[in-house]
Design a binder for this molecule. Structure first.
Ligand SMILES: [Zn+2]
Length: 460
């Protein structure tokens, strides 16, 4: 049986399941099963889509976010690309069986993956006009003939120019879904996987206009309906795809994580400085990115990277070039830091209820250079601010440009297949369960490398 995965990056279950106007979402829900889908830690686009496609956790992939330490020096972080993922994905497994896949915009998807079938680069493609972003290369010509220049993302989406942003997102997504319909209809495939990144951009751009509990929400604002409008439009797109698919297809609508409001940012490095754990030769006069700070490494024990979550690193003897934490004290120091980070409070002195993780406790394997601790400040209602020079710990604005939401640990899924025994609401599904479930329904064996379980097998 064929498998068609329509990925909606960042789709929030409360909207996808809560808006009665989404007729095609409803139709699929009635035909199959649906529910919350617990994402990986951290619930971030990279690595989440590849965790889904390989059924392996971030530690096993050795990819902990968009940017990762490439070694134990202080040289900063490297950006992930498609070659960073070495584990076999579903299209590799199916390719070995002579089956064809079409993979569109599944991050990290640049350089385009060499698969048995067609792959189209994701939003990490530097410039679709000048780069090879398709495999095979000649597909690019067909795409250009169909939609003109193919947009992989909205460059500069962290902007206050909301009218422009809305128009750009819709224009991008219109072209992408047109390409999706073309590939579904005109090309051979056994496995199809598209990721709509427009929804993620809509959330990050407009969540504060939509969510009444957001600190910046203003009743009756001009952009209040942009998010529901985009879902309605997506519903139409899904309806058009459903018309194309034949009955013998496993259909999955799925998100890599959800979305939630941002209450603020926690300037983690400012706090580490105050605690004497991070020492600078010179305190900056204005907000300065961590990479540009003059760090006194001989006196520094801990530093952190910012982003939707904090990656906290320790300066360990014989591991980092100028490490000062004795290896023998590493675990006790890590326990102490876990406790201290977990005990931080918000701007009003209330507990942030942050979650602090040791990679070794949450992953089956810990490959490459993992953070020593991963922190979800305020359960991701707060983001991590890596820059220094704010003069306070709690900020209301993001340091890398306007951003209206953070990611939520739970995304959503709707799964329909003619032979599926699963109906109605399903609880307890995890992102890593997706691929074993799809393979099971489509009649394939589940590779032993996959870490999730088939929801179908579990239901029997
Ligand atoms: Zn995402």
């Amino acid at each position: 049986m064929k498998i068609c995965v329509l990925g909606l990056d960042c789709a929030a279950p409360e909207i996808a399941f809560g808006d009665d106007r989404l007729r095609n979402f409803r139709r699929l829900m009635q035909r199959g099963t649906w529910g919350l889908l617990e994402s990986v830690i951290p619930p971030i686009t990279v690595p989440a889509w590849m965790c889904l496609s390989t059924s392996q956790d971030p530690g096993s992939l050795g990819v902990y976010g968009f940017r990762n330490r490439i070694n134990y020096t202080y040289s900063g972080l490297g950006i992930v690309d498609s070659s960073s993922i070495q584990a076999p994905a579903v299209w590799d497994y199916l390719g070995q069986k002579g089956k064809c896949s079409i993979v569109v915009g599944v991050p990290p998807g640049f350089p385009p993956r060499n698969i048995n079938g067609i792959s189209i680069g994701c939003f990490l493609t530097p410039d679709a006009a000048t780069n090879e972003f398709t495999h095979p290369a000649e597909i690019k010509k067909e795409i250009t003939a169909l939609v003109g220049e193919y947009p992989v993302d909205v460059p500069g989406f962290r902007t206050d120019n909301k009218d422009w942003l809305k128009q750009q997102i819709f224009e991008m997504s219109r072209k992408q879904w047109k390409v999706v319909r073309y590939l579904l209809t005109e090309k051979v495939w056994d496995y199809f996987h598209f990721v709509d990144i427009g929804l993620d951009r809509v959330h990050h751009g407009f969540w504060d206009c939509y969510d009444k509990r957001h600190i910046h929400y203003q009743r009756g604002n001009h952009y209040e309906n942009v998010i529901p409008e985009y879902y309605l439009w997506l519903d139409e797109q899904i309806g058009r795809v459903l018309e194309i698919l034949d009955k013998d297809t496993v259909i999955l609508v799925v998100s890599d994580h959800g979305a939630q409001r941002l209450d603020g940012g926690f300037a983690v490095n400012e706090w580490l400085i105050k605690e004497g754990l991070l020492v600078l030769n010179e305190f900056p006069k204005e907000p300065t990115p961590f990479a540009k700070l003059k760090v006194n490494w001989a006196k520094t024990k801990v530093w952190s990277e910012g982003g939707y979550y904090a990656r906290v690193f320790f300066n360990v003897e014989d591991r980092e070039p100028r490490g000062i934490i004795p290896a023998s004290q590493y675990e006790s120091f890590r326990d102490e830091m876990k406790q201290r980070l977990g005990a931080l409070t918000d701007d009003k002195g209330r507990p942030l209820n942050s979650l602090v993780f040791k990679p070794q406790e949450i992953y089956r394997n810990v490959r490459n250079v993992a953070p020593d601790l991963i922190v979800h400040f305020g359960r991701l209602y707060w983001r991590s601010i890596g820059s220094v020079g704010h003069g306070r710990f709690h900020l209301k604005e993001n340091d890398t440009g306007p951003d209206a939401c953070n990611h939520a640990q739970f995304g959503m899924f709707i799964l329909a297949a003619p032979n599926s025994p699963l109906h109605g609401e399903h609880t307890g599904a995890h992102l890593l369960d997706v691929m074993p479930t799809l393979l099971d329904l489509a009649g394939y064996e589940i590779p032993g490398t996959m870490q999730g379980r088939s929801l179908v097998a579990a239901a029997k």
